[in-house]
Write a protein that binds this ligand. Sequence first.
Ligand code: AMP
Length: 355
Amino acid sequence: MNTLPPGSTIGIIGAGQLGRMLGVAAAQLGYRIHVFAPASGPACDVNNAFTAAAYDDEAALAQFAEAVDVVTYEFENIEAAPIATLAKSVPVRPSAQALSIAQDRTQEKTFVEKLGGRAAPWRAVTNRQELDSAIAEIGCPAILKTIRFGYDGKGQARLASADDADAAWDAIGGNPAILEGFVDFDHEFSIVLARGMDGAHASYPPPLNGHEDGILARSTVPAPAQVAALWTEAAALAGRVADALDYVGVLTLEFFAGKDGPIFNEMAPRVHNSGHWTIEGAVTSQFENHIRAICGLPLGSTAVTGSRVEMENLIGDQAKRWPRIIAEPEAHLHLYGKSEIRPGRKMGHVTRVWR
Ligand code: AMP
């Protein structure tokens, strides 16, 4: 295995909180961090070097490639083409192919379905007429989701009946989309799986994920028995997806749990908000395992450190509760250093571990 020893420099594309937590994990293992992003962000508080440039600035990317030993990315809403070019001069992990599949809802669903995953019924919709045909085939209620650049419930519109078609089409700006049948689920959960350069897998117990206004509000481990019973099947699917992509790093698959077993929703080629609980709640965090994987180190244990773990996101004004949270005996407070509080903005999180 091509191990990058501590002291090497890891390039991170993106300067958000995921990059910040990756940076902390990398520093703990003795690596240096070089962040590449158009503007400064939470990751810049923990880096050794920062390049401020557009994600498609090929000259800046070429210089970045010279300065680092491996490149990873901390979010998927970047063009895959410049990342593929970058991969010609420096290892990019996970690959540009994983990025390009995961950022396109039609491609990710087709890819996962071919590997035996089940998704809600869906149809690609590229114009208003196709939306009518998709409604006729799938029925309502349904959700219209843009194919690209959707996150935290953005780029989505719900249709209670066919009468909502015009409003839904306008709400997503008439962009290429999929119409997806509404899943009658009991719970939402995710599989966070690390795959090493040697093909080894390590997956965390699935948390129960609770959303508010389309944004993750909390993840709880252990999940109810109904979710825990789906772990093996869902983790095996995530493993097949990772193997098929020759994936290196942490990969997240989100699922609905209902009476029909795990229904695949979407995947992210990166560490994930639903894995933040692993910083204190697992022996090796998702961030450390991502760093280990991309540097060719053996993966660490994903065992849970407590009898119960809960991660609560601090969104918008909720971050103002920090003085009370820090006084709780089982609370681990994480603030992302964002100066401006905005509604819906992830400002930090708190993890509570009960031994
Ligand atoms: P997504 O961006 O696809 O993760 O969707 C955001 C949230 O919308 C999910 O976490 C679910 O709570 C809800 N959602 C998305 N797709 C469906 C669906 N097909 N049926 C029911 N709820 C959904």
